[in-house]
Design a protein around this ligand. Structure first.
Ligand code: CA
Length: 388
């Protein structure tokens, strides 16, 4: 099964309303899929993390740098391909966009291998520890409004999501420490006690402000405090873990085993959140997972993007060993974007049933189709395509 062509598909549409997190407001939703064609007539699909302009540049890296290195190679040689591409890119970017670009290609090769063998990714990964995965919903994104209005809006949105069946939710903060505590307080009190609420700061704080917010999160019983400080601030992470009872989560902005190693060795995280579409694809995700588990740090994947990313993460979560194991082990969860998302809803020829599954009990099934099980609808790819 030789690779005959590698194509990138960047798609974009205007959101009906602007959404935000602590670093920016955004008005467009975008997505970058990688298509690897083979002479066996099998096509693998992958996805690269990175919105808008980042996706456009990642497309150029896939097309201009990675594709010429791998066309003509066996699509089964994904380990060899990964290391040769990484080695070629190493002098030009050991993190960030080159690795995001490689991630989409690697995922497409795994998908092609699963399709060639007629098995889902979980079979290639060694089997399933679970057939269904708990889902948590993220919403409560920032809007351009004052804090009291946003608190009212967050409370209503949280209640609505709880009504849709979510038993765990995640909200954004980013108005500054005092305002953020008010936002979390209003959202937490809008929910029943048995619905978990997590808080994502997208590295909005320095450690002093993060401690101030974190002490309030401790009082409010928050599930985890995500990216409280800059990803480079390993000492800050460690100080927060020592000072707070709320678990500290992070890692979505880290890449490869070499980036993850110091983060884990620093004991910076209570929960590791690797992003498979950014850190180096499925090949590298499995190594980062092993590294995290070797430090006894639980992994709850960061998930962002189209049904391809969702389906890949479902496969990874089903194949993830319990840590440390037992009759009733703690489980990972699938992160699920509850905001306006046409790609989530329209792209897959055989759609995922996550929203309906959540409504029926808070968990979702793991598809059994070959590969990750998602084939993009060519009409949808064309409809939202960003011109080259
Ligand atoms: Ca996050």
């Amino acid at each position: 099964m030789k690779i005959t062509a590698v194509h990138s598909h960047v798609m974009e549409y205007d959101l009906p309303e602007e959404l935000g997190y602590s670093q920016q407001y955004y008005a467009k939703r975008s997505c970058h899929l990688v298509e690897v064609q083979t002479d066996a007539g099998i096509t693998g699909w992958g996805e690269c993390f990175g919105p808008g302009p980042v996706a456009r540049v990642n497309r150029a890296i896939v097309k201009g740098v990675i594709a010429p290195l791998i066309v003509g190679r066996s699509a089964f040689d994904r380990e060899v391909i990964w290391h040769e591409v990484y080695n070629r890119l190493r002098d030009h970017g050991q993190k960030g966009m080159p690795i995001q670009a490689l991630s989409g290609v690697d995922i497409a090769l795994w998908d092609a291998a699963g399709k060639a063998l007629g098995v889902p990714l979980t079979t290639l990964l060694g089997g399933r520890f679970r057939d269904t995965v708990p889902v948590y919903g993220y919403g409560m994104m920032l809007r351009r409004m004052d804090t009291p209005s946003l608190a009212t809006s967050f409370a209503a949105e949280a209640r609505q999501l709880e009504g849709q069946g979510f038993r765990a939710l995640k909200m954004k903060v980013g108005h500054g420490p005092a305002a953020d505590i008010a936002l979390v307080d209003a959202t937490r009190h809008a929910l029943s006690d048995d619905t978990a609420l997590m808080v994502d700061a997208n590295h909005a704080y320095h450690v002093t402000d993060a401690l101030k917010v974190g002490r309030a999160l401790d009082r409010l019983g928050i599930g985890w405090f995500e990216e409280p400080v800059a990803p480079e601030d390993l000492n800050g992470y460690r100080e927060l873990r020592a000072a707070l009872s709320t678990p500290i989560a992070g890692g979505e902005a880290e890449f490869t085993r070499w980036g993850w190693r110091p983060l884990l060795e620093a004991r910076a995280l209570s929960i590791a959140q690797p992003e498979v579409c950014a850190l180096g694809g499925i090949s590298e995700f499995q190594r980062v997972l092993a590294l995290a588990h070797s430090h006894f740090v639980p992994v709850i994947n960061h998930v962002w993007g189209s049904p391809v990313a969702l389906a890949v993460n479902l496969q990874l979560l089903a194949a993830m060993p319990p840590l440390p194991g037992g009759l009733y082990p703690a489980e990972p969860m699938l992160e699920y974007d509850t905001t306006h998302h046409l790609f989530r809803d329209e792209l897959a020829l055989e759609p995922l049933t996550i929203a309906a599954d959540v409504a029926a009990g808070g968990r979702t099934g793991v598809p059994n189709r070959p590969g990750h099980g998602i084939t993009p609808n060519p009409d949808v790819l064309a409809k939202y395509a960003v011109p080259r």
